[in-house]
Ligand binder design. Structure first.
Ligand code: ATP
Ligand code: MG
Length: 352
């Protein structure tokens, strides 16, 4: 039924940075998939709060609420705490230990030529337009520059075999593979001390923003949060940019350039999509009705998510308990990993 017996299952590491509530982009881009995968694989879900501080170091006070939010978002979409181990990065010192060890043999260029950190450094104003990391060194922190290495530690502290990621995270998994390879070669004497992880690449395209931006993203302020009430979803859909030349019902529209139609294509059923396309083009369907239909679909999809969220909102202590229990369990693996790593490096001469 579930395939492999539990103990033989491969292990997955997945997670989120707690920088605020999760949105529909996260849902289609990663959450939906991880909910499915948790039944096939032994899943560890890391809330990467220290990594969140690599861009939000001046706002540590926002973390506590964001950790709760991200945990609740995951539980609300169907992450089952009986099946998945949820854990919090800042309570796992073994990740920090591994990060500093991996930093010993990872050269600067390996970190410098990472398209994802480059793009993000640009987004956060840490580097110049030309992607020049050198002239931006005064803005670029050691912690941010090195976060892919701490992600290698996230992946390997549980000795994960698979990492479900979107396209943007591929370079980080590649780096992790290089780190693991180098570690095993340097210190393993031909043995695989740390298992080689593999990216499980999701093939879902990025969800665009309803405002016409290429991406729904927290920092662009164009999100529909999973925790949004029905009215807020309606407001966001109402503000969506459609075809500017379709002013009133009756005007023929061009669905190909309409943001609302893009969403119908992602969230609606195929028969409906064909009908909407036809009726928009002929003018029979007006934007107001079309937006109303989309609002209903999104709210229909979000209703069970809101429902599952409510008991956790009412009892946040239950969420805390899930995180503490999960972190304790994850640390057992982390301690084992650090022991194996130190033994392989022959730096286990003293044991406290
Ligand atoms: P920020 O503005 O702080 O960068 P964000 O809203 O862009 O936040 P991230 O934390 O950068 O979200 O995203 C984490 C992961 O969630 C990404 O690696 C990606 O897999 C997925 N994701 C985020 N936004 C989208 C989106 N619009 N479509 C699909 N997947 C997304
Ligand atoms: Mg982002």
């Amino acid at each position: 039924m579930m395939g492999e017996p539990k103990s033989n299952r491969k292990r997955i590491l997945t997670g989120d940075r707690p920088t605020g509530k999760l949105h529909l982009g996260h849902y289609v881009g990663s959450l939906q998939n991880r909910v499915k995968l948790q039944h096939e694989y032994e899943t560890y879900l890391l809330i990467a709060d220290i990594q969140a501080l690599t861009t939000h170091w001046d706002k540590p006070e926002m973390l506590k609420q964001a950790v709760y939010d991200v945990a609740m978002d995951n539980l609300a979409v169907g992450i089952d705490p009986e099946v998945t181990t949820l854990c919090v990065q800042s309570m796992i010192p073994e990740i920090a230990e591994l990060t500093s060890i991996y930093g010993l043999f990872t050269n600067m260029n390996r970190l410098r030529h990472n398209p994802t950190t480059k793009a993000e450094a640009l987004q956060y104003g840490m580097i110049h337009e030309n992607g020049d990391l050198i002239s931006g060194f005064d803005q670029l922190t050691y912690g941010f520059f090195g976060y892919p290495l701490s992600q290698a530690a996230d992946i390997t502290f549980v000795r994960a075999h698979l990492v479900p990621v979107g396209e943007d995270q591929k370079p980080h998994v590649e780096l992790t593979r290089d780190v693991v390879n180098k570690f095993n070669q340097l210190y393993g004497g031909g043995k695989e001390i740390i298992p080689m992880p593999k990216a499980l690449i999701g093939d879902v395209p990025r969800l665009a923003g309803l405002d016409g931006d290429t991406k729904m993203s927290k920092s662009l302020g164009n999100v529909i949060n999973l925790a949004d009430p029905p009215e807020a979803v309606k407001d966001t859909v109402w503000k969506a940019i459609t075809d500017k030349d379709k002013i009133r019902k009756g005007d023929p529209g061009n669905p190909e350039i309409c943001n609302v139609f893009k969403y119908h294509k992602v969230f609606n059923q195929s028969e409906q999509i064909a009908e909407i396309e036809r009726d928009c083009k002929s003018g029979v369907l007006g934007c107001v009705e079309c937006k109303g239909r989309l609002t209903d679909i999104l709210n229909g999809m979000l209703a069970p998510i809101r429902e599952r969220r409510r008991p956790y909102e009412e009892h946040p202590e239950r969420v805390k308990e899930i995180l503490l229990e999960g972190t304790k369990k994850a640390r057992i693996l982390g301690k084992e990993t650090v022991r194996m790593v130190k033994e392989a490096m022959k730096i286990d001469y003293f044991v406290l």
